[in-house]
Design a protein around this ligand. Sequence first.
Ligand SMILES: [Zn+2]
Ligand SMILES: [Zn+2]
Length: 367
Amino acid sequence: MRITAAVVHERSGTFQIEKVDLCDPRDDELLVEVVTSGMCATDLHGRDGYYNTPYPAVFGHEGAGIVRATGKAVTQFKPGDHVIMCYPWCGECPNCRSHRQTYCVHAFDLKMRGTRADGSILHAQNGKPIYSAFFQQSSFGNFTIANERYAVRVRNDVPLAHVCALACGGQTGAGAVLNVMKPKPGESFVVFGVGAVGLSALMAAKICGCDPIIAVDLHHHRLKLARELGATHAINHSGSASIVADIKEITGLGARYSLETSAVALVLREAIGALMPAGMCVLLGSAPAGTEVSFEIPFLQNGRTVRGVIQGDSVPQQFIPQLVDHIVAGRFPVGRLITYYDFAEINRAAAESAAGKTIKPVLRMPH
Ligand SMILES: [Zn+2]
Ligand SMILES: [Zn+2]
């Protein structure tokens, strides 16, 4: 079918809104009418060639929409279902088989190669291939194809715009807290970087009853929002002589949990340094290969944990419905993070996101 999509024709090129052809769904696939899509830094890194996705390409990996057709082997969905599309995994590697699918050993290819797992192409233009299947969804278009395995049905009384922000950033931040840290009420939590991921984590820490909840960032407007969403303390990194000393002053012994979203080595060092004995630091940001950080062995020996987490260790079919219930109950007001853009404004959304002006850009698709 003929659809409208945002095509990037060359490395660091602009998103061009164009007509492209989308193939029919296979037996295990859904045709999804994309209603809204979030935009995440990974889309812009893809546009800029970080992952060697071939061009021309269609990006987008936080899509939410309505199922319009299903392949004949699909059993879990029917036309009219509201769905969110999540990250892909192979289902067969040792990590997928042991319920660690966020660490699927084939995840990079499935997310970035621009094709289905078998190498086939989903989009074309004037008979020439367009590389899409970004995170096996390429949601920057008004329709797309999703494999049944990576889609999650959501209750239809929640705005799809709020749901789409859960697909990557929301479940990454909230999952790091709810699935990995699992803090108890009254335990201390500090988050470095309160963009969409950090604020999702902060809202989850509030759900868990963490106290204090400390937000660290460079942007005043983001710290202000962090306070409104539950931070008990906000520290502007640029105005502090020692972040670690500031956190110890608030917490006494240091933080039980620290979360690092910036992937800046110096900041990760602070997130580790702020921990009390037996505390846990979780790293969510992705840094270029070769980036190193150092800390003293006795510091780690004293029961502290430092680990990376992808996609919040989430099994989306279980975790996304929980987050949606939190949205409905008013405990996870993800709408506060969102700035809306018409699809035609996608390049403005990208620029304002990269500048830190917009926390979570959400694109509204034309129909
Ligand atoms: Zn796998
Ligand atoms: Zn993302």
